[in-house]
Design a binder for this molecule. Structure first.
Ligand code: AGP
Length: 608
């Protein structure tokens, strides 16, 4: 996710704006830029890479005396990380400058219409389209506030924007829809930013803008109105008690907890622009030019491999594409990689830099396979080297333990299953509608359930904190979730945990069970429930304690029941995943572990 900042005050604006951007760096970015108005014209400075590159460019120029300005750190969604795509973007007539966080879903249609009117574009971004749409609206509406509002009403999707006009050098406009934007109220100076840490050293007084609101800001005033009809908005000035570091975590104790709670938004963002009108189907234009794979090898590491194992079930069920899931470190050294016509490889990687996964991609390409990438980081090595890449749009994942990334990967895998199933014409209208309806309901379900899940995790983590070993059991797609639950527990709390196919217990592992070896069983109300239930009885017969994740009304012989909402079929995985994440989070936090930076681990394993 990008970071945007605006400043109007009594100090030279650019140094303040750059300082604000530094305090948003934790959000991750690949380029940055600033803008102000000097002698009636815009000064825009943009640089790829870290803020230091931008600061170097600024140091080579005469300092600006402007006391109003804005800035941006870009986390690429549309268009590669490059200076031409960095914000701020100027309108064609250089009268307007815009910075933007979010995704304008209908930007291609708007771009086509503007191009027909003679507008030219220098980037691949949706942001440059929006600033020129504002110019076009301003051409017939002299009041910039009205023109801005009209343009925003034509843009569909998520945005937090900051706009400046060379004709109003001491003011900036800002607006938000489904992306955060906060007003900082100072003394003789005012701020706007994507997140509170940006301006916290200057003021603790904030106004949280709501969706559909816009604001015009000067050093001594701000006026909030509704985009829809420009009616004034009542607002409340609140005081922030956090320090900067706490603010960067949005008030959560750790980035991991913040990212677990971001999963409803990750699901919404992941679906943005990928569902046809009236949810009539899935659109994945990245795959349109490719045949439907005759067979698919999914290759990844760690949590991404578990996402692939989970996705296998839904793709085989809906698209009837045979799938094999491979661990990248094994796959890359296989004696032979044999591919039949139209067989493909899908590599999954949040960072897009995992050495084993990148090596597996290169080996598969050398052997003649078409390789698809599923990544979170735009422009990462895997994203660049794959023949075709799909992005999870989950925003930067700061905590070493991967949480929201897996949720976003599972979502895109579900969309791929529906997309390929539709292309093969084997997904019925009813199945497709039911799947999409369930997907669309997930953000709201999770938003509602996460707090109670977190409370239950606190209780059970403390109850089982003495355990030195844990089994995680599941069948079908829940086997992949069991593996993920075990990985989370061991990498965060350093407790030994084994994820197992529940049916495998009697083939040896059950010898380990005793009263000090608890089991976390995933027992959803599906056709495999009776089987998992009998596995639980086997565990309890040997004095093993059982925590069972299940849905309302299921009678289970567990020591602790963890009830979650009943969501159809594979989609229940999106509900079980945060349960497993929160249990591990609370266990690690209770045991005093370094939750965001567990020992021996790196966020991206860029070496073998
Ligand atoms: C997950 O919690 C771990 N940090 C680790 O297993 C991670 O999923 C793995 O290294 C793969 O990373 P990637 O998705 O960036 O390729």
């Amino acid at each position: 996710m990008c970071g945007i900042v605006g400043y109007a005050g009594h100090r030279p604006a650019i140094p303040v704006v750059v300082e604000e951007l530094h305090r948003l760096e934790y959000r991750g970015y690949d380029s940055a830029g600033v803008a102000c108005v000097q002698q009636g014209a815009f000064r825009v400075v943009r640089a790829q890479g870290k803020l230091s590159a931008l600061e170097q460019l600024l140091s080579e120029q005469a300092p600006s005396t402007a006391t109003t300005g804005m800035g941006h750190t870009r986390w690429a969604t549309h268009g590669a990380p490059a200076v031409r795509n960095a914000h701020p973007h100027l309108s064609n007539d250089a009268s307007l400058a815009l910075v933007h966080n979010g995704i304008i879903e209908n930007y291609l249609e708007i771009k086509k219409d503007l191009a027909a009117r003679g507008y030219v574009f220098h980037s691949e971004t949706d942001t440059e389209v929006l600033v020129n749409l504002i110019q076009e609206c301003h051409r017939t509406e002299p009041d910039l506030r009205k023109a801005f509002a009209r343009a925003l009403s034509m843009a569909h999707g998520a945005y937090a924007v900051c706009l400046m006009s060379k004709d109003e050098p001491d003011a900036f406009y800002a607006a938000r829809m489904s992306a955060p934007l906060i007003l900082g109220v100072g003394t003789g100076e005012n701020f706007v930013a994507s997140d509170i840490p940006a301006f916290l050293p200057y003021t603790r007084k904030v106004v949280f803008l709501e969706d559909g609101e816009m604001v015009r800001v000067t050093s001594s005033s701000f006026a909030i109105s509704r985009v829809q009809d420009l009616s004034p908005v009542d607002y409340r000035v609140e005081t922030i008690e956090w320090d900067v570091q706490a603010a960067q975590k949005g008030g959560y104790r750790h980035f991991m907890l913040k990212e677990i709670f971001e999963q409803p938004k990750v699901l919404s963002d992941g679906m943005a622009g990928r569902l046809l009108e009236d949810a009539k189907g899935v659109r994945l234009p990245e795959l349109d030019g490719l045949p439907v794979p005759s067979r698919l090898s999914i290759v990844a590491c760690g949590t991404s491999a578990h996402a692939g194992m989970w996705g296998r079930h839904i793709i085989e069920a809906l698209a009837e594409i045979p799938i094999q899931v491979e661990i990248a470190s094994e796959y890359r050294y296989k004696e032979k990689l044999l591919f039949q016509p139209d067989e493909m490889v899908l590599v999954i990687s949040q960072s897009g830099e995992t050495a084993d996964t990148l090596a597996a991609l290169r080996r598969a390409k050398e052997c003649g396979a078409k390789v698809l990438g599923l990544c979170n980081v735009v422009g990462s090595s895997i994203a660049r080297e794959a023949d075709c890449v799909l992005y999870t749009q989950a925003g930067p994942e700061i905590s070493v333990a991967s949480t929201k990334a897996m949720c976003s990967q599972m979502l895109v895998l579900t969309l791929m299953a529906l997309y390929w199933g539709e292309r093969k014409q084997i997904v019925s209208e009813a199945t497709r509608a039911a799947c999409i309806e369930t997907l669309l309901s997930l953000p709201q379900i999770l938003e509602k359930e996460l707090p109670s899940m977190h409370a239950q995790a606190k209780v059970l983590a403390r109850k089982y904190a003495q355990a030195r070993n844990f089994f995680y059991l599941g069948r079908g797609h829940c086997y992949a979730l069991a593996l993920e639950g075990a990985l989370k527990l061991k990498e965060l709390s350093y407790i030994h945990a084994e994820g197992y196919a529940a049916g495998e217990m009697k083939h040896g592992p059950i010898a380990l069970i005793d009263s000090a070896f608890p089991t976390f069983a995933i027992c959803l109300a599906d056709e495999l429930l009776p089987k998992v239930k009998s596995n639980m009885v086997e565990v309890q017969a040997r004095q093993g304690k059982v925590i069972a994740v299940t849905t309302p009304g299921v009678d289970l012989p567990a020591d602790d029941l963890w009830i979650v909402p009943d969501v159809p079929s594979f989609m229940s995985g999106f509900i079980v995943l945060p349960v497993l994440q929160l249990f591990s989070y609370e266990m690690a936090d209770y045991l005093g572990k370094d939750v965001d930076q567990p020992r021996n681990l790196a966020k991206s394993v860029t070496v073998e």
